[in-house]
Design a protein around this ligand. Sequence first.
Ligand SMILES: [Zn+2]
Ligand SMILES: [Zn+2]
Length: 424
Amino acid sequence: MSRPPLPRRPIVWRNALFLTVFPAVAVAATIAYGLTVGIGWAEVIAAIVLWWLTGLGITAGYHRLFSHCGYRAPAPLRFVYAALGAAACQNSAIAWSSDHRYHHSETDTDGDPYDATRGFWYSHMGWIFREGPQGNDYTNVPDLRRDPILVWQHEHYLAVAVVTNLVLGGLAALIGGHLLGMLIVAVLLRIVVVQHLTFLINSAAHVWGTQPWSKGTTSRDNWFLSLFTLGEGYHNYHHSFQADYRNGPRWYNCDPTKWLIWCLSKVGLASDLRRAPVDVVLSTRFEESCRSLAARLEGWGAHTAEEWSTLLEQKREELRCRRDQFLEGLREGKTAMRDQLLAAQAKAELRLAELKALRAAHRDGQRRAADAKTTELRRAIERELTHLRRAIRQAQRSASATLRGWERLARDYSAGVLPAGSPA
Ligand SMILES: [Zn+2]
Ligand SMILES: [Zn+2]
């Protein structure tokens, strides 16, 4: 179905030149440097490391944190993301996230800044040449406009981008290699490569791949793309569950960004990791399987319609049974988990009561020591107090470990995470 052409919005010359002249300069400089001085392993390794660092600034920072609030991060980490994201030269976090939120809310329509139904080239980079459908309307990112780090980065975007790239390139040269070679290969060429890898998610991940979660948009799951895009290739899942901090939900899905966020949460640098509840994920998949089966059968000849409809009903029944079994397992898992949670709560209360009793005994001992009539008696009470202090320290450690376990269970229980051994 043909669509009316887009209104001709003004060309943004700064973007147009940056997307054409800059790559030409980067490639020409790399070839010239390679032919005259020679590119060594140091430059190649530095380019890969900076690709990962600035790429994660985009995927873990701009995308999953700023655009989708898939988790929470403290100010120092948000600052690092702002600096690394700027070094990827893909606009400020506020502008990038605003476009991206419009992409999710208006997918495949004229309001989608990188509408994939306008063709591969348009969604890849053509859209950047002209002003977007919403212009510079950032009203869809009020939360980001309240973050002083992101406001600062937005206002000084160019300076942050240049300084971070110079610092990264300079550090790479200090560790090993010529400064010029590092600036050409690990900075200029790497910027172009990382840009196009990000662009591929807007273009290729809306054209090639599977749609196991929803056919409601053109988004696709493409594991191959994930190998080069730090896990962003599972784009059909992402469009279906955009607030999930994971793009590849299964443990074996190659999603380095998800692994990074998980590791950060283990050292206290990320919290409130959001996951789509497992029963919602399963129901979505079930509905989509039913829809695609029905669509496939519809096109297979009218004369066998009755046979096909019986088969369809059988298949639906099979799927329904599997879903019910799963949900039953889930309910049992949830009940088991609630029991675990209650037991952990009782244990925590017991530990705290023990701690309280020990502290009371310690206070009592201190009083008795103060009132002791003889030195001998005071010494005996002080020995008792030393034992009590050791017991209090042990009880404190044990109570905080029990509380941590209880907190973890409570978090998993409310997030709908299945206990180990449940069907998945
Ligand atoms: Zn998309
Ligand atoms: Zn997204």
